[in-house]
Design a protein around this ligand. Structure first.
Ligand code: SF4
Ligand code: SF4
Length: 378
């Protein structure tokens, strides 16, 4: 795989990047009723995006009470971590282990992350542009002392590197989308074990560490900087190994670690030829046109970071669909040609996509003919 000096998004930056305000995320704005036109139904409370069970007269296959129950079972550990572990800068051991051998400590941290359950691990220096400007959610925001919604986020002076972790989501579960499926919830709970546990390990070596999944920083650009993948048209991280079928979290630390190089796996050229996610998006949240460096529908949609050419997502539309669907959606993961199970044939195609973009249109066609990405509810 091509290792780069600069991430692939760098050539698309057109202006000053500023720290994104968590209060502009779609879920926060919909809860505050700031992203709703007069002709649209209010979405309201968080439970409206994450339904507890089927409606009374629900008849659709894949929307049974047992399906919802599995989603909430899978989410159990994440709920605990959100309330007690994430975004906490907790006490460190009084003695510091010698970490002067940078290569050795980096290898050690990565091995422990994998041992705890990480599927992919990369390390980057932290670009402060990716850290949110304000706390937006009271339940997940503490940094040494309690922090509350609307408080500015102070970047700890010790913060140097991010250990960025991706966990794979289950292929078969994602195939059910947009029917109820537990893969994202289980991904969150796996991260809720890995990231806080790795943070504890680093603190016990005598160094600051803070685990985060959301609320503190933008995980996708951090993951790109750490060499885990590239940003796709669907607004998600596309990894070489699992495509967009991952969840991402980070452990921020003061440990002096060796950073990884960003990578080019051919996503930018492929997404220019492929529209599968845009076509499969039930809420028209994903663009089918050219990249833009502006927010979509700027009059009411502040939920995009501007000044970088990409395919910004209309995130409020996405969450409105979750509300109508009575459950979350992963169609943009399910249909992505980079989302494939492991196997020699898919590995070969991935290799060609990386080096020979001339075949991209052909591969998209074959993907459709072979009916990859279709919904399957077993
Ligand atoms: S999750 Fe579903 S509704 Fe949201 S952007 Fe992806 S495909 Fe569209
Ligand atoms: S579905 Fe196609 S266009 Fe969308 S992110 Fe995947 S490769 Fe890119």
């Amino acid at each position: 795989m091509a290792k780069l000096k600069e991430p692939t998004y760098k050539r698309f930056i057109t202006g000053q990047l500023s720290r994104f305000d968590t209060r502009n995320t779609a879920s926060f704005r919909l809860r505050k009723k700031e992203a709703t036109r007069p002709d649209e139904k209010e979405v309201g409370e968080p439970d409206n995006f994450y339904h507890r069970g089927p409606s009374k007269n629900e008849k659709r296959k894949g929307y049974e009470q047992k399906d919802y129950a599995l989603v909430w079972a899978a989410r159990t550990i994440d709920t605990l971590a959100m309330e007690n572990l994430y975004c906490r800068d907790l006490e460190v051991a009084k003695t510091k282990m010698d970490v002067s051998n940078k290569a050795a400590i980096t290898q050690q941290v990565k091995s422990v992350a994998h041992w705890l359950g990480a599927d992919l691990v990369g390390i980057c220096e932290v670009n402060h542009s990716w850290i949110y400007s304000h706390w937006g959610d009271i339940s997940g925001s503490r940094s040494g002392r309690p922090a509350y919604a609307d408080d500015p986020i102070e970047i700890p002076s010790w913060l140097k590197c991010a250990v960025v972790i991706a966990v794979e989501m289950d292929y078969e579960a994602i195939r059910r989308s947009p029917a109820i499926q537990p893969a994202p919830s289980l991904g969150y709970s796996k991260m809720a074990f890995v990231a806080p546990s790795l943070a504890t390990y680093i603190r016990e070596l005598g160094y600051h560490a803070m685990p985060c999944s959301c609320g503190f920083a933008l995980m996708i650009p951090l993951a790109v900087d750490a060499g885990l993948g590239e940003l796709g048209r669907n607004g998600l991280l596309i990894t070489e190994q699992f495509g967009p079928r991952v969840r991402i979290c980070s452990v921020f630390t003061e440990l002096p670690l060796q950073v990884d190089s960003p990578i080019d796996i051919g996503v930018q050229a492929f997404c220019e030829r492929c529209l599968r996610c845009a076509e499969a998006c039930p809420s028209k949240a994903i663009m089918s046109g050219e990249r833009t460096d502006q927010a979509r529908d700027a009059s009411r949609d502040a939920s995009n970071n501007i000044n970088v050419l990409k395919w910004p997502i209309k995130a409020p539309n996405c969450l409105r669909f979750w509300d109508r669907n009575k459950g979350s959606c992963s169609n943009c993961i399910r249909v992505c040609p980079f989302n494939k199970p492991q196997g020699w044939l898919h590995s070969l195609v991935r290799k060609i996509v990386k080096t020979t973009p001339i075949f991209n249109r052909f591969f998209v066609k074959v993907d459709r003919i072979l009916r990859y990405g279709e919904q399957v509810i077993k």
